[in-house]
Design a protein around this ligand. Structure first.
Ligand code: FES
Length: 125
């Protein structure tokens, strides 16, 4: 495995519109986490940081979907994000987006590519 990749969990741990899997992202700061969910069959990963105020989205660990399971939701003020691209479609940060992380599945494992985070971080500095 290339050193810019990290295995997050087995593919089967991610159920369609089910609980997300959180992971540490020390690359972005000591307490920063990311998460991955499955939606429409595909894994989608984001930095776990609301576009409104930089807090984690999940009030209960791993709960990222809204009640009807069609959006990711921030537990603090209810921002709704498209699971497929992280765009905020409703809430105080409407029009902004979550920071996406490249994710793919290989050999029944969910893997993130850290280059995507580093690139984006440099962008913001
Ligand atoms: S902190 Fe997420 S909606 Fe306000």
């Amino acid at each position: 495995m290339a050193d810019n990749e990290r295995v997050i969990c087995p593919s089967q741990a991610l159920e369609e519109r089910g609980r997300g899997v959180r992971f540490d992202l020390p690359e972005l700061g000591e307490r920063t986490t990311g998460f991955v969910v499955r939606f429409a069959g595909k894994a989608h990963a984001y930095v776990n940081r609301c576009a409104h105020i930089p807090v984690e989205l999940d009030w209960n660990e791993g709960d990222f979907f809204n009640y009807s399971k069609d959006y990711l939701i921030c537990a603090t003020h209810g921002a709704h994000y498209e699971p497929t691209n992280g765009h905020c479609v409703m809430g105080p940060c409407k029009g902004q987006r979550l920071q996406a992380i490249d994710v793919f599945e290989r050999n029944q494992q969910v893997v993130i590519n850290l280059d995507s985070i580093n690139k984006e971080t440099r962008h913001h500095v």
